[in-house]
Design a binder for this molecule. Structure first.
Ligand code: ADP
Length: 190
């Protein structure tokens, strides 16, 4: 199985690259942000719980996120692989992911981090705000908070994968196809 963690700050292009990856490699896309937005749209209990965190640009508590991902892994353990997008976002989530996959004798093939400068991220999120309808894309304070949460809580996840030699970085500025090529070159080494 090909199990990839696509990593990077808000606005780095994880969703765009994930769409190309799932098509090329027939992977199951697990985007925790998309899953939460689906719950929000359907008005489920989980959606109601996640809403206040998401709207403010804070992280949803680990146990909630981990439970949701575990359900998805269980559902698709016979598939070709997973692309994890927006998860893990804390070291605790990364450890939980390893142990959840371990239960099915699976593991992460590698993590690929998209590197994009902060100013470019802000520009992209503001551009996306015009069409995304996302509350958390709409103002500077929320965007700044998301970037701060990324620096403090999520960046250490890269170190976690570095320890096991599974961390690779690509330049996330350039054409979508150029970035995709860098990613597929890395996947070819797994
Ligand atoms: P972004 O563009 O900020 O990366 P996402 O769509 O990945 O957006 O996530 C949107 C929001 O959903 C996050 O700001 C957070 O509130 C919540 N969320 C998504 N994934 C996680 C996660 N793994 N852990 C905690 N909260 C999460």
């Amino acid at each position: 199985m090909l199990n990839i963690v696509l990593f990077g700050p808000p606005g780095a292009g994880k969703g765009t690259q994930s769409a190309k990856l799932i098509e090329s490699y027939q992977l199951v896309h697990i985007s925790t942000g998309d899953l939460f937005r689906k719950h929000l749209g359907e008005g489920t209990e989980l959606g109601k719980l996640a809403k206040s965190y998401m709207d403010a640009g804070n992280l949803v508590p680990d146990d909630v996120v981990i439970g949701m991902v575990e359900d998805k892994i269980k559902e698709h353990q016979e598939d070709k692989g997973f692309i994890f997008d927006g998860f893990p976002r804390t070291v605790n989530q990364a450890e939980a992911l390893d142990s959840m996959l371990g239960k099915y004798d699976l593991s992460i093939s590698g993590m690929i981090a998209l590197d994009v400068p902060t100013e470019e991220l802000k520009k992209r999120i503001k551009e996306r705000a015009k069409v995304s309808g996302r509350v958390d894309d709409q103002d500077d304070a929320k965007i700044d908070n998301r970037l701060r949460v990324y620096e403090q809580e999520t960046k250490p996840v890269a170190g976690y994968y570095q320890e096991s030699g599974k961390h690779k970085e690509v330049n996330g500025v350039g054409s979508v196809d150029d970035i995709f090529k860098q990613i597929t070159d890395i996947i070819a080494t797994y």
